[in-house]
Design a binder for this molecule. Structure first.
Ligand code: G4P
Length: 534
C-alpha cells in the first residue's frame, strides 16, 4: 500500500469508540411535513460540524443550500442530497438527507441503505401520507428502526390517541410514545416525559429563530400550572401504559415498535427530545452483511460503499462526487483504496463533506460517516471500496421501474457525447438503461421509478454532456425479471418486449397488469419474477 497513512490511523479501540459514538439516520416524510424545518432546528440545537443550511426559514435555506442545480432552482425542490454532521452529547449524528420532492426517484431509496435508523416525520393534521408510507415500507423492508415525530403540534390537528391508532393500523408498528403532548394540537404547552413523569414546558421565542427555553416541572407544579391540560395528558399516558405502549429496545431495533415524540419544529419545540432519543436509542453502526468476503467488525480495515453519485457543482469539469458510507475502519484523506468491482485502485485525494451547496474538506472519517469522494468518474452506485482483505457489500436494490422512454440524440453528430452521457447516468443510477439488439445503441430505453428521473436525465444530457436528447414515452408500465430461456418467447407476445438492463438482468415489459395476466395464462410456466416495488 505504501502511501504511509495507515501507520497514523487510530488504534482499533479508538475506531470502535468512534463508531460507537455515531448515529446515522435519515428523516422520512411527505413533502411539507417539515423536514427542512426540522433539519434546521436540529442543527440549531446541536453543534453543526459541517455548518450548513443554518439559515432560518425555508426561503433563506432555498437560496443557500439546495439551489445548485438549475433544475432544482427552477422547480424549488431538492434533488441532490448528502449529509449533515451534528455534535450532540459527545455523539456524532449523521443526518443523511433524502430528497424532499413528491415525485419519487430511486435516489431516495438508496439513501436509506446508508443509514441505521430513520425519523418518520408526520404532520399532526394530516397523519400518514403517501410518500411517508412509501419510504416507511423501504425502511421496513430493510428492518431499519424508526423514531416517529408528530410535527406541527402548535397547529390544530388530529387527536393524539387517534394518531397512535393510525400508526398501528397503517404501518403495523406499535407506537411507544416517549413524550405525550400537554395541550391539544393547536395549544401546545409542553410534553409529559413518560420516562420521568415530569413536565417539560416550552416557551416560544420570536420567529422560532432561537432555541426555545424548556423548564422541567414536577407533576404537582405541572398540575398547578396547566390544570386540565395536564390532567388529560396524565390520563392518556396512563392509558398508554395500561395498553403496554412502553418502550422496548429490542422491538424498536427490530423495527416492530416505534418511540413517538411530539414537536413543533418551526418553534423549536421538542427538538432536544429528538436529539436525546437518537443518542439514547438509535443504534450505532454495526457490521454490515457482505456479498463476498468475511463480514467486518467496525474496527477492521477500511471499507465503504457508494450509495449516491452526483455531478460536481462545476459542471464544466464533469466532476463526479461519489458519496460513500464508511462501514469499517478509518477513512483518511489521501488513502488509496481498492474498488471491489474493478479491482482497481482509487485514490481518495479529495474528500468532502457536503450538504447542499456547502462543501468542507474532510481528513478523517469513521464508520457511520458519509464522505464525498471527488474525481469519482470510474465509480458506480453500489461499489464497494476497501483496504486490506477483499470484501464486497451486496448490490443496492434497484426498484421496479414504472416509466419507460426511448432516448435519442437530437443531433446524430453528437453520438459520442450521447453515449458517454448515457453511460454516466446509468453508473450514477439516475435512470436505468435497457437495451436490445433490435433497438440498437442509438436509441436505448430509459426506465425510471418516477418520471422526474427522466427530466433530470434530459437536463443533464444537454447541459453537461452537450448532447441534447429526444425522449419518447413508451406505453409500458410494468417490468418483471425473466430468463434467457423465456426471453424470446415473451418477446414474441403482442405488446410485450424483453430488454437487457445494464446489470445483465432481462426485463420483460408489459403495458399493464391485464396483459401480464393474459400472457401468464398462455405461458403458465414462464419465468416472470417481480422486482422490488417502489
Ligand atoms: P418539507 O421540507 O418537509 O417539505 O417541509 P418544510 O420544512 O419546508 O415545511 C413546510 C411548511 O411547514 C413550512 O411553511 C414550514 O414553516 C411549516 N412548518 C414546519 N414545521 C412546522 C411546525 O412545527 N409548525 C407549523 N405551524 N408549521 C411548520 P411554509 O409556509 O411552506 O414556508 P414558510 O414560508 O413558513 O417558511
Amino acid at each position: 500500500m505504501g502511501h504511509g497513512v495507515i501507520s497514523t490511523a487510530p488504534q482499533d479501540a479508538d475506531v470502535a469508540a468512534q463508531a460507537g459514538s455515531r448515529r446515522s439516520f435519515a428523516v422520512i416524510s411527505h413533502p411539507d411535513a417539515g423536514k427542512s424545518t426540522l433539519t434546521e432546528a436540529l442543527a440549531l440545537h446541536a453543534h453543526a460540524i459541517n455548518e450548513a443550511g443554518h439559515t432560518n426559514g425555508k426561503s433563506g435555506r432555498r437560496h443557500t443550500v439546495s439551489d445548485w442545480m438549475d433544475i432544482e432552482q427552477a422547480r424549488g425542490i431538492s434533488i441532490s442530497s448528502a449529509s449533515l454532521q451534528l455534535n450532540y452529547r459527545d455523539t456524532v449524528l449523521n443526518l443523511v438527507d433524502t430528497p424532499g420532492h413528491a415525485d419519487f426517484s430511486e435516489d431516495t431509496y438508496r439513501v436509506l441503505s446508508a443509514v441505521d435508523a430513520a425519523v418518520m416525520l408526520i404532520d399532526a393534521a394530516k397523519g400518514l401520507e403517501t410518500q411517508t408510507m412509501k419510504l416507511f415500507n423501504v425502511c421496513k423492508h430493510r428492518g431499519i428502526p424508526i423514531i416517529t415525530v408528530i410535527n406541527k403540534w402548535d397547529r390544530p390537528g388530529l387527536d393524539p390517541l387517534a394518531l397512535m391508532d393510525e400508526i398501528t393500523e397503517r404501518t403495523g408498528l406499535s407506537p411507544t410514545p416517549r413524550t405525550w403532548p400537554v395541550g391539544s394540537a393547536g395549544d401546545f404547552r409542553g410534553v409529559l416525559d413518560r420516562r420521568t413523569g415530569q413536565y417539560v414546558h416550552f416557551t416560544a421565542t420570536a420567529g422560532g429563530a432561537h432555541i426555545a427555553p424548556e423548564d422541567v416541572l414536577g407533576p404537582e407544579d405541572a398540575a398547578a400550572q396547566e390544570g386540565e391540560a395536564w390532567t388529560t395528558a396524565v390520563e392518556e399516558a396512563d392509558l398508554l401504559s395500561i395498553s403496554g405502549a412502553d418502550h422496548d429496545q429490542e422491538t424498536f431495533l427490530a423495527g416492530v415498535s416505534t418511540p413517538v415524540l411530539f414537536a413543533a419544529a418551526v418553534r423549536n419545540f421538542g427538538v432536544h427530545a429528538l436529539l436525546d432519543t437518537l443518542v439514547d436509542l438509535a443504534p450505532a453502526p454495526a457490521p454490515r452483511p457482505t456479498a463476498v468476503g468475511e463480514a467486518r467488525a467496525v474496527e477492521d480495515p477500511f471499507s465503504a460503499f457508494v450509495f449516491k453519485m452526483q455531478a460536481g457543482m462545476d459542471t464544466s469539469h464533469r466532476d463526479r462526487l461519489a458519496f460513500v458510507r464508511v462501514c469499517s475502519g478509518t477513512f483518511e484523506r489521501g488513502m488509496v483504496v481498492t474498488c471491489a468491482r474493478t479491482g482497481r485502485p482509487f485514490a481518495t485525494k479529495y474528500a468532502q463533506q457536503a450538504f447542499g451547496r456547502e462543501r468542507a474538506v474532510i481528513e478523517q472519517a469513521f464508520p457511520g460517516d458519509v464522505v464525498g469522494l471527488v474525481n469519482a468518474t470510474d465509480l458506480r452506485v453500489g461499489d464497494t471500496l476497501y483496504l486490506g482483505p477483499a470484501i464486497e457489500y451486496p448490490a443496492l436494490p434497484t426498484f421496479a421501474p414504472e416509466h419507460f422512454a426511448t432516448v435519442r440524440a437530437r443531433d446524430a453528430g453528437r453520438y459520442k457525447q450521447f453515449r458517454r452521457g448515457i453511460a454516466q447516468l446509468s453508473a450514477e443510477g439516475v435512470v436505468q438503461v435497457l437495451r436490445s439488439d433490435l433497438r440498437g445503441d442509438q436509441a436505448p430505453v430509459l426506465a425510471a421509478v418516477g418520471p422526474m428521473q427522466f427530466e433530470v436525465a434530459q437536463h443533464r444530457m444537454a447541459s453537461e454532456f452537450n448532447a441534447p436528447v429526444h425522449l419518447e414515452t413508451l406505453s409500458y408500465s410494468l417490468a418483471l425479471r425473466t430468463t434467457a430461456e423465456w426471453a424470446p418467447v415473451l418477446d414474441g407476445e403482442l405488446g410485450v418486449e424483453v430488454l437487457r438492463r445494464e446489470d445483465g438482468d432481462l426485463l420483460a415489459l408489459f403495458p399493464d397488469k391485464w396483459r401480464l395476466q393474459s400472457v401468464r395464462r398462455v405461458h403458465p410456466d414462464a419465468a416472470l419474477e417481480p422486482l422490488v416495488a417502489a
